[in-house]
Ligand binder design. Sequence first.
Ligand code: GLU
Length: 447
Amino acid sequence: MNTEKKIITRMAPSPTGKFHIGGVRSTLFNYLFARHYGGQFIVRSEDTDKERSKPEYEKNMLDTLQWLGLEHDAFYRQSERTEIYKEYIQKLIDSGHAYAAEASNENPNMSVIRFKNPNTKIKFTDLILGDIEFDTTELGDFVIARNMETPIYHLTVVVDDGLMEVSHILRGQEHINNTPRQILILEALGFDRPEYAHIPLIMSPRGGKLSKRDPEVIPAFEYKDQGILAPALINFMAFIGWNPGDDREIMSMAELVEVFDINKVQKGGGAFNIEKLHWINKQYLNLLSENEFKDYIDPLFSELKSAPFYSSEMMDKITPIIRERTQHLLDVQNMITDGELDYYFVQPEIDSEKIVWKNDTREGTIVHLEKALEIISSFDGELTVASAKAALWDYAEEVGKGNLLWPIRFALSGRDKSPDPFTLIATLGQTISLQRIEYALVELKKA
Ligand code: GLU
């Protein structure tokens, strides 16, 4: 690979839809490659398709790249460069490399501009795929513009890559069949030939290529809404079809820039493994401070803020419990939707059958909860998980752990599944814990 010349890469998306994760990966590889060699990274909006291109999609793309920290050194918009393309179409016509012709048998009156194919063999060494040879004869005299004002992709991409001095074209493997046409045009225009690296497509974890029908293929910003942190998504995407060659799995952008090597990108596509993304995200969540994590989950608690026992002290106490179980925001959302956190904020309903431990009786449960009431109400000192456990443990052992601990836990949470009773006591505090055990006793005695 020639790294003597100035390294310039580009990402050239067509803004015809929201920016998807496939685009993120191509951008990332272009970015890492350019930064690794101290080169430049260009973003070019290929918005020549007037019907399908939308400014809001371009904005979505730029916002996504900004969120992910993939900043560019220059930005261009093809719709503003029509005059430039016109000049180059004219050059091709003047030099005999292109000509106006009838479009097709179906539309004989509409003329187009065709490239005069020299019918040669094109060879290039792809940085990922190795030596590639194409016989261009079968391409015929292909269309490069509908008219002087309306160039098509092959022409605009070559003119821009040439004028912007792009040294390396890193793009998805779906573009490999475009490369011979583009090399023919660039040679006719006398531009230097860039180097090419066609990046393997991302594979679906269910086999085959990842496609729009796969649930993983969503606009990158939806991952943000799901609570995926930008460095986690970057880290994850970098490792699809590439790795640093050692056992590191968590790498910052700076570390990736340092070691990224396009020659080490695997020929076969790597799979998009969502569990891996969630695991990586968890590693980055672990780096957040307590307050940062509270801010991270805060938007999901807007409704619970009006619940009877909601307080910021309660939030402080339950944040570590939530944090332990969180890989991304959907986990927190599920805890809320399933009512798993409700008992921290509202008095739970008590089922007077379920509160009785399987080996115990209603009468026994009443005795044990009354004892618990006595122990907890006479407790002084700081109520922590350990001190709550120390206070109750002897009695629990004496009467059988389940006989005491199950009904306490149930009185406090109203649920079969919840944290252990000591964690609940420490979290809810002495007053609320006592109120709830009293309430459970009332329900038990009623039945
Ligand atoms: N505009 C093209 C696309 O969105 C990409 C062009 C290229 O990378 O050469 O697929």
